[in-house]
Design a protein around this ligand. Structure first.
Ligand code: FAD
Ligand code: NDP
Length: 360
């Protein structure tokens, strides 16, 4: 069994940023990058896209895979030990925390690793709909991130569609009005789930049409392998009528699934399964366990915000380890985290909070 001061689980921008900071602080972090963990290759969500144009430092854009290769190389350069395996079980009930790898995690098996501090950066996955034509036109008209892809030329002055009725759908639709000729939002029910303010703003936007009780049925377009989508078949679920409409872009905003199966029942999660962190920090409900990236952020979900939160987690883990080594337990204060989110939180998970600024 190998012991490490700090272990990072994940391989996206949050995990590698944390690894860069912790390895430069000479804490010799171990990073489990996963082996197709949650169906995504090591490197995370950006390995599934083409150009990333909004990550600072790359004025001409950079391929998502290349950006993640660069981050990985930077983690390794400073001494991060990267293990290409998936962590399938952890025990956070006492320190050091215990970790088991996939295929070696039976009830009688000893953990392969232990750690004094853990950073959870397992990310999230945008939900897909498995429509006919979806696989063929994914990234050739279909996207799960308007903020990431909306500005590309194929969408300029073209009819665009958004599926979903939540705040993300409202926000993405309004964002897309800057580029498309018209944005149609397909809402499967007769009402929006979005907050009142967002819904009001969406419905008042002259470039937006909201079609209630309407779902997408099929994506159509130019032939494979490089053809773009051109049309969408939609269906009014009340009247049962179908029509094929011109559509050059289709943006899914039907929610994300955070990768939190590993920590369920051990860390406080919100109603949608995201790890609850104390606002402005990476602190979870268990001292010594920090969370960064999309696994704890359902609002921004960007590479740069994930990287930023990975930095925060590394600095807070470093501070935690220094205080633990000095014999000090990090200061705990009253349980306001539980008060603010307790009703939605995962039952049975501890709910503690540190004092506000750990770096002071
Ligand atoms: P993720 O990127 O979600 O990666 C986490 C990874 O950790 C997982 O994929 C898996 O490989 C690994 N892992 C998970 N569980 C385990 C485990 N148990 N053990 C070991 N490893 C594990 N953002 C932008 O800013 N600009 C863009 O242009 C952009 N384009 C995008 C295009 C697409 C198609 C998608 C899906 C997203 C895009 N995003 C973009 C969003 C961006 O990719 C995410 O916000 C960001 O990758 C989240 O980073 P993360 O570090 O939280 O983890
Ligand atoms: P939500 O879960 O809130 O909304 C998902 C939407 O997608 C719902 O309208 C849902 O319909 C619809 N949907 C789900 N599955 C399907 C399907 N198979 N076919 C068609 N439609 C489907 O996710 P969001 O990403 O919008 O928001 C997540 C959280 O983040 C929320 O708490 C939200 O408030 C927050 N957020 C806040 C923002 C802000 O304040 N600016 C911006 C973005 C997110 P139905 O309603 O019928 O279930």
């Amino acid at each position: 069994m190998a012991h490490s001061k700090v272990i990072i689980i994940g391989s996206g921008p949050a995990a590698h940023t944390a690894a860069i900071y912790l390895s430069r602080a000479e804490l010799k972090p171990i990073l489990f990058e996963g082996m197709m963990a949650n169906g995504t290759a090591a490197g995370g969500q950006l390995t599934t896209t083409t150009d990333v144009e909004n990550f600072p430092g790359f004025p001409s854009g950079i391929g998502g895979g290349e950006l993640m290769d660069n981050m990985r190389a930077q983690s390794a350069r400073f001494g991060t030990e990267i293990i290409t395996e998936t962590v399938s079980r952890i025990d956070l009930s006492s320190r050091p925390f215990k970790l088991w790898k996939e295929w070696a995690d039976g009830p009688d098996e000893a953990p392969s690793h232990t750690a004094d501090a853990l950073i959870i950066a397992t990310g999230a996955n945008a939900r897909r709909l498995d429509l006919p034509g979806e696989q063929q036109y994914w990234q050739n008209g279909i996207s799960a991130c308007a903020v990431c892809d909306g500005a590309v030329p194929i969408f300029r002055n073209k009819p665009l569609f958004v599926i979903g009725g939540g705040d993300s759908a409202a926000e993405e639709a309004m964002f897309l009005t800057k580029y498309g000729s018209k944005v149609t939002v397909l809402v499967r029910r007769d009402k929006l789930r979005a907050s009142k303010t967002m819904a009001k703003r969406l419905l008042a936007n002259p470039k937006v049409e909201v079609k209630f009780n309407t779902v997408a049925v099929e994506v159509q377009g130019e032939p494979a392998p490089r053809g773009l989508m051109t049309h969408l078949k939609i269906k009014n679920v009340v009247e049962g009528t179908e029509e094929v409409v011109p559509a050059n872009g289709l943006f899914y905003a039907v929610g994300h699934d955070p990768a939190t199966a590993l920590v369920k029942g051990q860390l406080e999660l919100d109603a949608e399964g995201y790890v609850v962190t104390q606002p402005g920090t990476s602190y979870t409900s268990v001292p010594g366990v920090f969370a960064a990236g999309d696994v704890q952020d359902k609002r921004y979900r960007q590479a740069i915000t994930s990287a930023g939160s990975g930095c925060v987690a590394a600095l807070e883990a470093e501070k935690f380890l220094a205080e633990s080594e000095g014999g000090d337990e990090p200061p705990l204060v009253s349980s306001t985290l539980e008060q603010s989110t307790g009703k939605e939180g995962e039952k049975g998970a501890p709910s503690l909070e540190y004092s506000s600024n750990p770096l002071l």
